[in-house]
Write a protein that binds this ligand. Structure first.
Ligand code: F6R
Length: 605
């Protein structure tokens, strides 16, 4: 949510910033800007509404520099406009600031300190940069001390800040609270970024930054201090990813690439976390902690929450430990009754979601054990939980999550099996997870190979529809929620995922002539019931389609998916739904990867 980049000590500052922003566009894409300085008294500020491509067009050939900062925005305070785009600057154009996050007391600060200052934007960010400038002008503080003083006044806020003083332009100042920010250490230059993938063309060595620190970055030095001025030393970590991993190659959109990558992700997970024997291969400490838990709490948002709903079924079946799943933003401010020895599992592709992090902070404060299952090494949720399991899915860049969802479910299945065996609830041979993941990979490929058929269905039934339903029972109902979310977020068709038996208790009133209703049917026990519920909608004018497991198929079924263990069928049944959403969006002429109003990595609450 908002992407930040910065560089000092490189004559190609403009292209480093623009290419970095392009890589971070997934974090926000309603406006963007850069500030660069050539260290010889010439500086440039360019801001533009729209995408990074629009900003690039606005950057003329004269714009050059050795140091600078940049930002791609997902609006929180103020409409989408050039004035509200970042960098924001002080009235005297001395200080330039980019910001990711929300400053909750910005109105109070403006009223208390800045009544004489004229503002150009509606942003909370401008208040911060004007305040800092005020402290420099009126109290004679140097830039760093004014920055620290300003940070001390920001109440209940989340932020990642990158600041430059045009009077000393090759020094960058950085601080963060709750929001992510990394420093990249290069050969002769240093960089700053919200996500390492933005700067892989410059460096693979990064330094993580903690809340409550201020960092001063010059071309050949990085100085980390706490708020009292004590030096902090920290080793860099290596990011083992190629810049090309973040390209979409010949694919029209990242989402299709990421759907296509799923079979390979399943194979990689089997390789990483299972043994030839079919057993799980997971850190024994994690298994021990889970084995001793009297309750498992799974926490996530959006798609990750949906993966948690699948996880609950698997944990309860294989481990017999009661499992609850929580929407992170609700759980964070709830006062739940907890058992003596709960274990928390955080599901998060990005590892940065503010809603989930808020829960983790509370969990840590109460001394409970936690595990983060995430795609991003060294992400905040990973650092702050006791344990981490990585999804190994490769960067997920499309806003709509696909491969992270299936990877999360696969990891939950492996983990549930491991704990089940440790608790002697499952006989190891009864559920050969390695073999099952192999079948999943082959099954996913078979579905993906039929994408042209699915595109035709999208054209025929969804592209011109305003409303759609996915229905199912049990584990199929959880997939219906994810399937509906995919469709609505990228194609803007109002879609509902529903327990098929519940429709008749009210919502069936929404079914009209031609409303598409997709039944997900993978469980023997409930297949007939869901078929009857589909029939009820058809009698009221719905067009009914089915996603059916092969062993349960009937003559008129629409999409048949291969047979695998019933418990992990979401790994296959979701794939046609991902493709239906993709083609509906594509054939409506929408930007599949960058749906309106959204951003990936939601770092505000
Ligand atoms: C939807 C989607 C979101 C995320 C949610 C949580 O396609 O991607 O619903 O799942 O914002 O994000 P993470 O998993 O990064 O915590």
């Amino acid at each position: 949510m908002c992407g930040i980049v910065g560089v000092t000590g490189n004559d190609n500052a403009v292209s480093i910033l623009l290419e970095g922003l392009q890589k971070l566009e997934y974090r926000g894409y309603d406006s963007a800007g850069i500030y660069v300085n050539d260290l010889n008294g010439q500086d440039y500020l360019v801001k533009e509404k729209g995408r990074i491509a629009d900003l690039k067009k606005a950057v003329g050939p004269e714009v050059h520099g050795t140091a600078g900062i940049g930002h791609t925005r997902w609006a929180t305070h103020g409409v989408v406009s050039v004035a509200n785009a970042h960098p924001q600057y002080s009235e005297d154009h001395r200080f330039y600031l980019v910001h990711n996050g929300v400053i909750e007391n910005f109105k109070e600060l403006k009223a208390s300190y800045l009544s004489d200052v004229s503002f150009e934007s509606q942003t909370d960010t401008e208040v911060v940069v004007q305040l800092l400038d005020l402290f420099v002008r009126t109290e004679g503080l140097n830039t760093k001390d004014a920055f620290i003083k300003t940070l001390g006044l920001l109440e209940g806020s989340s932020y990642a800040f990158l600041l430059v003083d045009s009077e000393d332009p090759d020094t960058l100042y950085v601080a963060k609270n709750k929001s992510p920010l990394l420093i990249g250490v290069g050969e002769e230059c240093n960089v700053v970024c919200s996500d390492a993938l933005a700067m892989l063309n410059v460096t693979h060595e990064f330094l993580e930054l903690h809340d409550g620190e201020v960092v001063t970055i010059k071309p050949k030095s990085v100085e980390i201090e706490d708020m009292d001025g004590n030096a902090v030393s920290r080793d860099t970590f290596h990011v083992d990813m190629d810049a090309q991993d973040t390209d979409k190659g010949t694919y029209p959109y990242y989402m299709l690439k990421e759907i296509d990558e799923q079979p390979n992700v399943m194979r990689k997970l089997a390789q990483a976390y299972t043994k030839e024997s079919g057993d799980a291969d997971i850190d024994p400490e994690i298994i021990e902690a889970l084995k001793n838990a009297d309750r498992i709490h799974i926490v996530g948002a959006g798609t990750s929450y949906h993966a948690g709903l699948v996880g609950k079924k698997m944990f309860e079946k294989l481990t017999h430990i009661p499992t609850e799943v929580h929407v992170a933003s609700e759980f964070a401010y709830d006062d739940p009754l907890l058992t003596k020895n709960p274990f928390f599992i955080f599901l998060s592709q990005s590892g940065e979601t503010a809603d989930s992090r808020e829960v983790l902070v509370n969990v840590n404060a109460r001394g409970f054990k936690s595990l983060t299952i995430t795609n991003v090494v060294n992400s905040t949720l990973s650092r702050e939980a006791n344990y981490t399991i990585l999804l190994n899915a490769g960067p997920e860049i499309a806003v709509a999550s696909t491969k992270a969802y299936t990877a999360q479910i696969a990891v939950e299945a492996i983990l549930a099996k491991a704990v089940g065996v440790a608790k002697e609830q499952v006989i190891a041979e009864d559920f050969d997870i390695r073999q099952q993941l192999g079948l999943v990979a082959t099954g996913m490929q078979a579905i993906i190979d039929e994408k042209e058929t699915i595109e035709k269905l999208a054209d025929q039934y969804f592209v011109n529809s305003n409303r759609a339903f996915y229905i199912g029972r049990g584990i199929d109902q959880t997939v219906s929620l994810e399937s509906a979310l995919k469709l609505k977020e990228i194609s803007y068709v109002q879609a509902e995922g529903f327990a098929s038996g519940e429709l008749k208790h009210g919502t069936i009133a929404l079914i009209e002539e031609g409303t598409p209703v997709v039944g997900i049917i993978t469980q023997k026990k409930t297949a007939g019931l869901t078929r009857s519920n589909l029939q009820e909608t058809q009698s009221r004018g719905a067009i009914t389609l089915t996603i059916v497991r092969n062993g349960l198929k009937k003559e008129d079924d629409t999409i048949v998916i291969p047979d695998i263990d019933e418990m992990i069928t979401p790994l296959l049944s979701v794939v046609p739904a991902q493709l239906l959403a993709y083609y509906t969006s594509l054939n409506k002429g929408l930007d599949v990867d960058r749906p309106r109003n959204l951003a990936k990595s939601v770092t505000v609450e």
